[in-house]
Structures are given as structure tokens and as C-alpha cells.
Design a protein around this ligand. Sequence first.
Ligand code: PSV
Ligand code: MN
Length: 433
Amino acid sequence: MTTQFEISDDFIAHENDKGKAWLEEDYDELGKRLRRRGLFIEDLTQKAQSFRVAVPSWGVGTGGTRFARFPGQGEPRNIHEKLEDCGTIFKLVRTTPGVSLHIPWDKPEDHAELRQFANDRGLHFDAMNSNTFQDQSGQPLSYKFGSLTHTDPAVRQQAVEHNLECIALGQQLGSKAHTVWIGDGGNFPGQQNFRQALKRYLESMQEIYAGLPDDWRLFIEHKFYEPAFYSTVINDWGVSYHCARELGPKAFCLVDLGHHAPNVNIEMVVARLIQFGKLAGFHFNDSKYGDDDLDAGSIKPFQLFLIFNELVDAELEKLDNFDPAYMLDQSHNVTDPIESLMSSANELVRAYVQAHLVNREALTESQEKNDPLMALACLKQAFTVDVSPILGMARQREGGAIDPVATYRASNYRRHKAEERPAKKGAAASGIV
Ligand code: PSV
Ligand code: MN
């Protein structure tokens, strides 16, 4: 195997030298301003250094819409190349050692070899994801009319077995969670018996739950529509919560930010799930209209901050059963996926650090005194602080890049990969939906 191009630690350090002096100046300045509010910048930098979010293996390829896909240069063509790109992201931003796999897109020939390949790059495997929303070649029965909720028990059994296979593979790879998202639903009124479909879902999920190792968690991902355009079986967090409760203590509700009806108060959904001890974690992305899968923080940064405000509140209270798993789930149609994923990871740490700036005593006091104006001001005071110097300093201290996108561009990584990975003629990248 020929040597693949990698961005070296020396190159990152060399690029960092260019921005170091300004970073230190900005960091000192911000530190002084935060001190006036009784905040210690070093504590916040520690928080930023400890933040983790997993990268989706399917996110490093160019996405597409149902109209077209415009492939990028040097796209990864297999799971090893996807992991190479994930390793590059991790090297530059340092917050993303976890990779979430999608099966069968990422099914390895040799799981031990894949685990080693990931470990060699400082990576590990986060939640597994099953796929019963597409038919795979050679698959005996079709999911056209559903999978875990199909009217035919044989189709349901096939879908259950696929999920169990994902869990078994995940055990070999060192994963500790399994995420189930199904596209099951109906396109027309009358097509599906709502109650029967949900009953069948629970029966199928019970079988999957029974196959879950003791130290694993099962994540239920809801979505209000698409691909079913009239009704979806696991359509919202309420249904998800009901199912998680029915299944047992290892089942939790995963919130994908793009999977809600327009204007739903997602931060409140998050607070409810935290309160009920059933928040699994997130698929972070952003959207304007539907499940747009845009970069986290690109459309509604204040919403992202408000979500983190709830998460940090729970973290500071040290609530039971609060151990959310953070993952990105985006589709990159017009940007370089590596750049989008790095920027998104950065936006999450930004929101996390900003949420730590909230003066919680003052907020509680405003709430108790029914002073909405000051309550909002507390949040806005935190949200409007530019914490970029903290993020840059945290990355630098962890060995990453002060400016990940600039360093990535300066390395010409994409040009190198374009040479190393000539596109297969006529091939559609697998796993991009
Ligand atoms: C469905 O829209 C979803 O959010 C689920 O998480 C899938 O696993 C993923 O997207 C597939 O791209
Ligand atoms: Mn998702």
C-alpha cells in the first residue's frame, strides 16, 4: 500500500506559530473581561478541552439531494478512507475522536483490522447505526413498505436480525450504543393502521433490546416526516419517550435537530427528556425548512446555545441518568465535508462554552421574581460573548490547529486525496442519503 498523505503535527505547529501571538493577546483580553463577571477563563478552556462530539462516517462524503449529487474531489471511497478523513478532522480540532458507523455502508471485512486502523489514528467507534430504510443488494425481502413495523412478520424479523448484527459488530469494534432510526410510515391516509404499526414497532424493538449487552444503550431516533410524507411511526419525542419507557432502562431518546416540525421549541424537548432521565443524545445539524442537514449553528445559533443552556444546567446539577452522546449528522452538498464537520464541531464547543457563561444565580433570581427582561438579558449576555480565543487556545493546547480550516486549506489535503483517490467511473458514493 502506498503511503497516504497526512497532515503532520509539525505542520500544524508551524501554522499555529503564525497566529499564536494574536491568540494570546485576545485570550488575555477576554480573560480580563470575563474576570469582571467572576469567571475564570482557565476553567472555561478546560471545559472546551474536555468537550467531545462524534463524527458520522457518512458525513465525510459529499451528500446530495433527491435532485442531484455533485461529487467532490478526493472523496473517500470506502470505510478506511472515511476513517482517514475522520482522523484528519480529529487531528485539527481535537474534539472528535469518536466515529459513528452506519451499517451496512461501513461493514468491514475484518473488524479487528478496522478497529486497529481507527485506534492508530486516535479514533474509536461511537454509536452504531442500522439501516432498514433502504434495500441492500441480495437482501431477500424489501423495506418498501416498512421494516420493524412491516405487516409481514418475515420482513420484521429480517430488520430485527439486521439490528442484532449491528450490535454484534459494534461489540467487536468497541462501541457502546446502537441508534435505530426507521423510515417506516405511510404516504396516504388510510395506508397504515397507526396503532398496529406502533405495536409492531415495540414488539420488534423488544427483540433488539433483548440482544443489547448490559453496558450498552439503545437510542431511538424520531423524525416527523420523510421518507414517509403523510405519517411516520416514530414521529416525535413523545412517541419516542413512550417507547423508551416501555423498552426499559437501557433505552433512550435521541434528538436529531432536523427532525421536528417547524418552530418546535427543541430546547424544551431537551429539558423534558433530561427531566425524565431519557435523553440519549443528539444528532447535531441545522435547518431552515425541514431535515436540511446543514452545518450546526449555521442557521439558528441562538437555538443551539439555548439547547446547550439546558445541557449545561443539567451538567452543573449533576443529574442522574444524564450522560448525553453527542454526534453530528449532516449532509454536505456544496462545501468540503471536512471543513463543514470541523466548523460544526467548533460551533458546538462554542455553544457549550457560552452556556457556561450564563450567570445561573441571576437567571434563577429573575425567574423567581418574574422578570422576563432580565432573564433574557442573562442568556443574551452569555450568548453575545465571542469565545473564539478560548476555542483556539483549547485546540492549541490539545495539539490541534488554532484555525483548523485555514490549516487544512494550507496543507492541500484535498488535492493530495484527489490524486490518491481517483473517482470510480459512474459510482455513486455509498451511504450518502
Ligand atoms: C435520518 O434522516 C437520519 O437523521 C438518521 O440518523 C439516519 O441514520 C441518517 O439520517 C442517514 O443519513
Ligand atoms: Mn439523524
